[in-house]
Design a binder for this molecule. Sequence first.
Ligand SMILES: *Cc1c(COP(=O)(O)O)cnc(C)c1O
Length: 358
Amino acid sequence: MSRSAVDFIRKNILEMAGYVPGEQPQEAGYVKLNTNENPYPPSPAVGDAIVEVLRRGLQKYPDPLATVFRVEAAKLLGVEPDWILTGNGSDDILTIVTRAFVGEGDYIRLAYPSYILYRVLSQLQNGAWEEVFFQGDWTLTNDFLASNPRLKLIFLANPNSPSGTMIPPAVISRWIEQLPCPILIDEAYVDFAAESCVDLVKLSDRVMVSRSLSKSYALAGLRFGYLVAQPHIIEQLRKVKDSYNCDALSIAGATAAIRDQNWLLETTRKVIRTRERMTEELRALGFDVVPSQANFVWCTRKDRPVKPIYEELKRRKVLVRYMDYPGWGDGLRISVGTDSEVDCLLERLQEVLSTDGK
Ligand SMILES: *Cc1c(COP(=O)(O)O)cnc(C)c1O
């Protein structure tokens, strides 16, 4: 009897659980506030650019380095195009960086609770991870900078998920001297925040910043993200990426999107305005809500468990994200929708809360 192909799969893959993304119900009719998508459509220029590529045809390979995008993004960020690496979503960027820095038996360091994907990426490399807990006020102690000879990479989502809180760039800039290894600052939500760490990349080649077009640019379905790092780091990372990791449609769409900064400004303003109202109203309903710098809010409460609230909301076709972090606690992460979606959420919540936690 020959052995099953499964027996040839690496042990670390067999033993790991794999990342589980938030629910993406395929039926219509849900108010979907569980995966931090933008409730507004992208700039109309995105569709036009994609249609134009289709008209010209898809028979040729795309530019492997997405140079039109890099030129545009570089102008915006005040760097040169060779400081930028593009990816098939920022998850692809996180994969490329992990594959480049983390080998078997190496460690990554994470803040906890944060984006669960980071540890999965390390597991794929047969690497390990260590977690430094956020303080109660969502700050980090100097433990986050402690040295460890096997430590190869630090991940920091900033703003963080699920909290929506941010470590100020001024604080991170003071970390640079003490960094025991490179740090990847994941700025998937930064366009909803007041500040960014992108300028810190110029101060040290140990600082890398990733960005996503999925949330603030309303292009989660297109898949486009990028990394900002010093050119000699980008040069190494290019060896690790797939040759054509960004397709012709996404390159054209993403380029049109970042060219339309007015659209970005107007949309993020609307989301931020709704976020502030949502925070107030959720507090009035008895939730503890952390002030957020992202397009979602983290809600906990002391008087009753939140999991039944998630379930009852789902029964009423309102989808939020229930998160349970062992050793930390659970809560609801609720994305900022349109004003009418948020009104619907608040109405359904009122119903659920008045049925006495059953
Ligand atoms: C959504 C998200 C990403 C991934 O974004 P994509 O560009 O859609 O791959 C990365 N990091 C964090 C913290 C996120 O929430």
